[in-house]
Design a protein around this ligand. Structure first.
Ligand SMILES: [Zn+2]
Length: 160
């Protein structure tokens, strides 16, 4: 077994890509299991859990740290959980690769200094450029959490 720890997103189970990970050290979150709707995907999850995949719960310290760093990015609770798992293991000196097809998670991983890998879309090769805009009127601004023009929330968006 290699010493890399793979943090698996739901895409691995949904896209039936588990065989590639059979001889690798894997972790994931129970929240991922809850997102799997197909019986086939759930079976794959359960099978891997009996073999080489552990459920991991990040400590609050790392979860909070990640939440603060990725604030404004379009990430679900499960996404943040996976990032917190990766971040904690990374901070504890492990080699970590987050496996996901979600470009938002890939970008967040890159921002946090964690490795990532795509399942079928392939990984992104450079960080997208980001800008801050108002969620409501799209006014672009660098400072502050609220829009100077309309008072709505300021969020990060990729420059495509
Ligand atoms: Zn605005």
């Amino acid at each position: 077994m290699s010493d890399v720890i793979y943090v698996l997103d739901s895409a691995v189970f949904i896209k039936n890509a588990t065989s590639w990970f059979n001889d690798k050290l894997c972790v994931t979150s129970y929240l991922v299991y809850e997102e799997l709707l197909s019986p086939q995907a759930r079976m794959e999850f359960e099978r891997m859990q009996l073999q080489n995949m552990n459920l991991y719960v990040p400590s609050n310290k790392f979860r909070k740290e990640v939440e603060a760093k990725v604030k404004g990015l379009k990430l679900s609770k499960t996404d943040v959980e996976l990032l917190a798992i990766g971040y904690e293991l990374f901070k504890k000196g492990k080699k970590v690769v987050i496996v996901t097809d979600d470009y938002w998670i890939q970008n967040a991983a890159r921002m946090l200094g964690i490795g990532y890998k795509g399942v079928e879309r392939g990984e992104i090769f450079k960080t997208l450029r980001w800008k801050k805009i108002c969620e409501s009127c799209k006014h672009e601004q660098q400072e502050g959490e609220k829009c100077y023009k309309c008072g709505s929330k300021i969020v990060w968006v990729p420059v495509l």
